[in-house]
Design a binder for this molecule. Sequence first.
Ligand code: EPU
Length: 421
Amino acid sequence: MEKLVINGGNKLNGSVEINGAKNAAVAILPAAVAASKGKCLIDNIPDIEDVHCLERILLSLGCKLNKIDNNTLEIDSTEVHTYDACTEDVRRMRASYYFIGALLTRFKEARVELPGGCPIGVRPIDQHIKGFEALGADVTIEHGAVKVKAEKLVGTNIFFDVVSVGATINVMIAAILAEGITTLENVAKEPHVVDVANFLNSMGADIKGAGTDVIRIKGVEELKGCNYSVIPDQIEAGTFMIAAAATKGDVTIKNVIPKHLESISAKLTEMGAEVEEGDDSVRVKYSGKFKGINVKTMPYPGFPTDIQQPMSSLLSVVPGRSIITESIWESRHKHIDELKKMGADIKVEGRVAIIDGVNKLTGATVKATDLRAGAAMVIAGLVAQGETHITDIEHIDRGYPHIENKFRDLGANIIRVEVDE
Ligand code: EPU
């Protein structure tokens, strides 16, 4: 076991390179299984535990992997020999459910253990199932696994009851080899939905409209390998933007798509930070005066739920009152108890966190209760006086590549240390 130890108080300065998007990569790797010919050469893959977990699952299905470097992977899925993904790795992570869509579209059959992921609320997959059934699959849940089977998949119109990133991507993958045309309505528009659609199109799929409310998929006969580069991570970028503001620093965040960061830039600007957009970078600078703000999480292009927890660390040291309303997940305020151990003044009422900014946070031993909660603790530790010890950092490693090295390069005093079990 490991923990992060931070000696807070250093302003972050300099520049940081953002890696490929976790939530795009964790869908693209499973989707590669749909290719029956050729190899997929994918780069800008983040070097994170969720990706390592997917690599093990791909191997268990019979894919051949050639790891070119830490961020580049060649996947040959021509000889996939099982439709059964029921391993400890599958149970451990959320995105393993994309194997259902990928195996279903190619083999018309799959058995995939129900997914795990961060404990941030009830995480149903009813909309995924609704989509698979509409395409013609029989879906059953037995012994903790989802079983899907179809004589054939036929395109149809599907209107999702809720806007879901996972259901949009999974059903889009399932429909690429279906006969005829599938129309998905009320879909998620997140940048990673568009990225997965672009990847599938590079493999030969015919998908239009990703990034709008309606996606239209014309079924094709087969998919083949391709070369693809994953988009930069909107959430990693947002985390560094917030850390720059929280430490009253001056940081240029490089290799980003500024358009994807607009909702975060807008809130930081409203709070009083200076945000400068470049072509593929954003610079966040302390302006001398911050004030409390209200933030409500919404599907894209709204303020991302995945940035809400880091934002609460920043707002806990911003003068005045801030209110954060979490509208996507019902239990995404668990990190607040940890922030309180560091002196934050926050009340949680249901989905709302009322934050009264304090003059300082003080170092404490705190837990990363989930992935983004972990990022929130790192930001709190960077700001706090004295030493902060963050435990349970395996959550952080699932989604942030080499987080301590990146912060150290910006001037933070942060180290990773082994702890006795
Ligand atoms: N929902 C349903 N039924 C479904 C699916 C979702 O009711 O079948 C509800 C959920 O309960 C939730 C809402 O719809 O209230 C949105 O859930 P969504 O399906 O969009 O979430 P997800 O696909 O499970 C992905 C990201 C999350 C991110 C959400 C929202 C991945 C692997 N995970 O989850 O990322 O919070 O979209 O943007 O892409 C993270 O990276 O830390 C993370 C948790």
